[in-house]
Design a protein around this ligand. Sequence first.
Ligand code: GAR
Length: 193
Amino acid sequence: MKHKKHRIAIFASGNGSNTKNIIEYFALSNNIFVVLIVCNKPGAGVLQIAEENHINSLLVEKEEFFRGTSYKNDLKEVRVDFIILAGFLWKIPLNLIKEYPGKIINIHPALLPKFGGKGMYGSHVHEAVIAAAEKESGITIHYVDELYDHGRHIFQAVCPVLPDDTPESLAKKIHLLEYEYYPKVIEDVLLNI
Ligand code: GAR
């Protein structure tokens, strides 16, 4: 079966280990191309990853992102048709959600709807999960709407939280789930639209 081609942008704010994993997964794909890395943090590790992989990056600035064009023209210029959030810590403005309806997905390092919302990112999530004595945590991959961590769920995977887990050890388990599943779920979503 012949699949439609997709040109994706990955939005990330931090180290970019998921971004790296996604880039590597699609490196040999004939249908799915990572064409742009969008970052809001000068000096973030993900910018280095973009450079090493010869992928263009775009450093976005708050005023233009939230009250200007939201960089729609920059995305169009390289014909981005789908957006992947991988540790991007700004809310996506309505402007972009309308431009990419049903075409933005996010990964959250917990089992939403628990432990989501503003301020719930990275280690803050794992600290909250451990403080609440949860027996399990995991990942949620979901569509993005105008509320934080709110859009329709696409996929969840679970891991145990053991009595001796620390935020760091839990983060490691969650990252392994992310690496295993996020690229496959992205591929599945893209091959079915
Ligand atoms: C990932 O664990 C991702 O789930 C999380 O940020 C981390 C980024 O790691 N996202 C959120 O917390 C969103 N609320 P990475 O930069 O190494 O890919």
